[in-house]
Write a protein that binds this ligand. Structure first.
Ligand code: E4P
Length: 218
């Protein structure tokens, strides 16, 4: 299972990279805006910087909503670095663009996926990744993990190669449950990833070991 971090914050990306378990990064226009990165030039430079921190795939989202615009933008993004994955919305135009990039062997991530039907179409179009947003489904009282389970079943029924990238992950149990289901990748905030580290018995156990070691020094 791969771990991507869902942020455009360079310090957090570096922190996750330093943990030694980071496989990639996902961004979106909202995450860029949160870091104050605006304008094509700054955004492009930011993607280049992210690629210098991590070794894996870095999703860069197009802003265009029409096929031609998506192609033009996606080609520029893909040319920035081989790590770049063109992130396209799950719309009719986005689907056509996914097919186009797949035929050119350019990696894609189909985003804003909220149903199995959408995930099926993304796989048919040859997407590299499909991003079902589990947290946003949970937010509207719909079990996001059920969507991951259903996509997993359908993709394995037909041996689709599209990777399930569980997105909009909010906390540790999302990650653990995605791992149980067999999602290929999760993307979430640093807090959710680091949350996996924590256990009170680890902390108290370590404190006791150190206390006993120090007794021996007396
Ligand atoms: C996916 O790639 C998106 O960037 C992201 O996971 C959305 O998460 P959110 O629902 O926490 O905004």
């Amino acid at each position: 299972m791969k771990f991507f971090i869902d942020t455009a914050n360079l310090n957090q990306i570096q922190e996750a990279q330093d943990l030694g378990i980071l496989d990639g990064v996902t961004t979106n226009p909202s995450l860029m805006a949160k870091e104050g990165i605006t304008g094509k030039h700054n955004i492009t430079n930011h993607y280049k910087l992210i690629c210098t921190i991590v070794n894996g795939d870095v999703s860069a989202e197009v802003i265009s909503t029409d096929f031609n615009g998506m192609i033009e933008e996606g080609e520029v993004l893909a040319a920035l670095n081989p790590q770049i994955v063109v992130k396209l919305p799950m719309t009719k135009e986005g689907l056509k663009a996914t097919k186009y990039f797949s035929s050119k062997k350019i990696k894609t991530n189909v985003t804003l996926v909220f149903s199995v039907g959408q995930a099926l179409l993304a796989a048919k179009a040859g997407a590299t990744y499909v991003s079902p947003f589990i947290g946003r489904l949970d937010d509207i009282s719909t079990d996001g993990l059920n969507l991951i389970k259903a996509i997993k079943l359908i993709y394995s029924n037909y041996n689709f190669e599209t990777k399930i990238l569980a997105a909009s992950v909010r906390h540790t149990m999302h990650i653990v449950n995605c791992a149980k289901i067999g999602a290929d990748v999760i993307t979430g905030p640093l807090s959710a990833i680091e949350g996996l580290l924590k256990h009170p018995l680890t902390d108290s156990g370590l404190a006791k070991f150190l206390e006993d070691y120090n007794k021996g020094k007396l």
